[in-house]
Design a protein around this ligand. Sequence first.
Ligand SMILES: N[C@@H](CCC(=O)N[C@@H](CS)C(=O)NCC(=O)O)C(=O)O
Length: 248
Amino acid sequence: MHRLITIRASHFCEKARWALDAAGVKYVEESHFPLLNRAFTVPKGGVTTPLLVCPDGKVLKDSNDIVRYADAHLTAPSKLIPQEWEGDIAKWMDKANQIGIHSRRVVYFHLFKYMDSSVYETLSDGVGTLEKVVGWSLLPLIKFAIKKGLRVDERGHNISKEKLDKLLDEVDGQLEGKQYIVGNGFSAADLAVASLLAPIIFPPFYGAHLPDFRESPPQVKALVEQYRARPSGKHCMAMFSQLRKSKL
Ligand SMILES: N[C@@H](CCC(=O)N[C@@H](CS)C(=O)NCC(=O)O)C(=O)O
């Protein structure tokens, strides 16, 4: 059996989970708090999550590698990375990672500022009982490490929002008159962009607990609605409701 080490709410982890689910690769998910994840990834030669331990002992330390590994289990016409579109898909997967870096900072900024009380619930999703207790007592340190490590502050937020908007202009342009980002069918490009934009869209059928968008304060609602209104936001909602749903 494969073991997927995650921070469950992480959008990079959702990308890996979705690809494995789409390919029918069986795995057990082992979720951890941010920061505490390193006690489980570093001994396996990794740092961040997702990290996949394969039954033969091989370790995949990057979400794009996990998507490619999952895709190797698929055959045409279900492939996430059809050979003819490989180059374009790789380009969009890289762009999706950039989207993920900036959407994460914007979302953390809003979460800490307006929804601080829901941070523990979100970060502790899927974590074992003992680690939940440890995570609760270390929560101030974990939040501090996230804020410092990812530069989640007013300035960082403003920079990331601008970069995110530019990246999404490109996605919006690419989607003009099209349902999918590359070619005529769902691919790893759609999966990656939708997953990495998801924390700002709150799509249904996300594979982890996200705070209830309907209960969120007006500042967060306004942010989500602004991004949901864009073609890239609509694409994210559509990919999750039409395609992620059946793979959960
Ligand atoms: N390039 C990596 C990035 C993954 C990443 O940034 N993961 C974050 C969660 S969103 C993480 O594990 N952070 C905890 C840490 O840095 O130890 C990938 O695609 O797998």
